[in-house]
Design a binder for this molecule. Sequence first.
Ligand code: PLP
Length: 238
Amino acid sequence: MDNHLAEMTEAAKRILDTVPPSVTVVAAAKGRTPPEIEAVIAGGIRHIGHNYIQEAWESIPGFGSNVQWHMIGHLQRNKVTKAVRLFHMIETVDSIRLAKALNKHCAALDIVMPVLIEINSGREPAKTGVLPEEVHDFLPPLTDLEHIQVQGVMTMGPRFGDPENARPYFQATRQIFETLSISKIPGVRMHYLSMGMSNSYQIAIEEGANIIRIGTAIFGSRSEQGVDTATTPTHTGP
Ligand SMILES: *Cc1c(COP(=O)(O)O)cnc(C)c1O
């Protein structure tokens, strides 16, 4: 096997060996080729995250049913028709309008889509997500939408060189998760807390994450061409 693919398979195995079995590892596959995605599946990965509908549309249909696909990028309403056909979970619901569009298209397919609410835990102007103080008003209207089911929350959080600095944002997100869990909003099942990336997933797990989204620690660093400027650090401190 191609050496760089073999390395990805090994990296996937290593990550899966180091995280508790209760934590779902989503391989963040933006800019990766289908053979690279195959390589991490060969390493045991069963959840793959995509940021872009176009990329997902081109690659997902070629895979079998042993993989679950997560939408982890910002979802535009005009892409919802495709998104509901491709994904098993939408992690980035951040507006009522998006939730309603998802609901409508899932109704047409007669499916119920698990969704997470994306929280902008760092209150970063350049990032999407619901602000922490707005979550409690955001959620109740979604419970009328019968074809989506809120199953948890997701956050990116500010990116730091020292992942210890991300801890307060993970703690704040966990707090929201806990509060929503005990507030017993009808129809909401708070199962998933999705946070932590390659440099921060251990800390995220310590703070209660049960979905982590890992890109570079599995696939290696991306070529200059594929670099997503949206994930470049924009924040210098809490
Ligand atoms: C790219 C990406 C990740 C993974 O980031 P790495 O630092 O490469 O692990 C996680 N979540 C989202 C939403 C991403 O876009």
